[in-house]
Ligand binder design. Sequence first.
Ligand code: FAD
Length: 475
Amino acid sequence: MTAKKSVAIIGGGTVGLYLAATLANDVRLTVFEASVPASAAPDALLGTRRELGQHDGSRTGWRSGLGGTSRIWGGQLLPWEDWEFQGVGGPAWPIESSEISPHYDRVRTKLGLSSTHAAIHERDWRTAEFAGGDLSIRRSTWMSPNERDFTKNSALKRHLGKVRVETDFLVTRIERTPVGLVVVGDRRGEEVRSEAFVDVVLTAGVLGNVRLLDRYFRGDKANLVGAGFMDHVSARVARLRVSDWSRFREHAAQRKIQGVRTSVKYVTTPEFVRREGVHPGYGHWEFDVSQSALAETLRTRVLTRRSLSELPREGLSALRALKSATAGAHRPLPDFATPYLRVDVEQLPSRERSLRWHADSGGEAMQIRWEISDDDVRSIRLIGDRVLSALTDDDIGASPDCRIETLSPIDTKHMMGGALMGLTAAESVVDTWGAVHGSSGLWVGGASVFPSGGVANPTFTALALADRMADAIKS
Ligand SMILES: Cc1cc2nc3c(=O)[nH]c(=O)nc-3n(C[C@H](O)[C@H](O)[C@H](O)COP(=O)(O)OP(=O)(O)OC[C@H]3O[C@@H](n4cnc5c(N)ncnc54)[C@H](O)[C@@H]3O)c2cc1C
């Protein structure tokens, strides 16, 4: 019997745990996870002299510890379409979408998701006539709380039992030695060194991967490591007034289909993107529920125990809305909610955005250059206008009440880039399988390697890529 090869995974977060479960039967695996408590995590993982600029997700959009950011994410899944890999409006991926698509199926199976997810993802929700072909309608699915937290996901847990996990191990560098790759880290103030591994996969999140790659290359490749950092940018574009709540709920509320929560997105088509010169993006619904109305309902019901006929109007309306929402398998959407159209757009990788890891006598620090461009904002505005003009009151039971003139765009905590995938070492950090160019045995997993960010949520595609990388590591 041949001995299994030894592989280390750095970072036991969303992608790290998925990859570990995928490789568990075929290799001898160790996962190194920093597990830094929340209060100490920014200093330990981003350095004491960090400059995070305007990017909010790098402050609040990640977690350390087994499960990583899977413990706080939304678990919303949407496979990408061909044109998202073709990089319409931005850089194309060096691989075809057909090389990724089979892995979406494997990810759904390995995460133990019901076949309804696949049915919804694969069904053609597009109506050719929608907005004259400028937009398509797609539905994303949401994992349940126990599915999306990868420390609780029972399908993953079945495999993770076989994996050695080193927690409280903050990896500080990867060293190449004559016998293999050695993981060096800090455990409660002590420097620790691992055995040598044949393969080491960095799945320390976008920020963590850049830190370890910078250390590995010791400043060489400074023009490539950390380049192409990007996110999606999002803003509310209009408030709506509802004329017919049951029609609007039918159209806009999150809907449960065979037990799976789904939501609607109005996605730009490549034709629209090319014609208008906008970034790819989509419109979706967001609701503010008046806290005062809810509080009043609770106060009346719980504290005064008055009869139903004396409940305030908001209370009755809340109960009615809840009843019809539940009966229609919709997520409760009371008719005192205020609906908004929000638009999210893809950012293109640009020289203006990058991640840098600095280690010098003054300490260690992550420096993030990130900004929202005029083009991002213009794209949000144009896509919002197109969605609103395509949806009439007759169709959806609502119409714009107030366009938001001054947009307040934010990042969506979808960090991507920093270790871009490409065909050559001169232009990119990793090859099309995620292997670091010219560094046998070193791999990078997660959205760091995305050459462009697509429209849809990134993690399903990051997991599909990790699944594909697992095939390469096993072989
Ligand atoms: C609020 C929120 C909602 C989101 N919703 C969605 C969504 O619905 N759909 C979607 O597709 N995406 C969503 N995302 C994005 C998604 O969560 C991330 O893309 C994904 O979790 C990243 O996975 P990762 O494995 O790369 O990083 P992480 O899950 O962050 O894991 C990285 C791990 O590496 C460890 N680590 C880092 N540095 C080191 C080191 N030096 N040594 C050892 N360990 C280290 C960390 O402690 C951490 O555990 C959301 C994000 C947020 C914040």
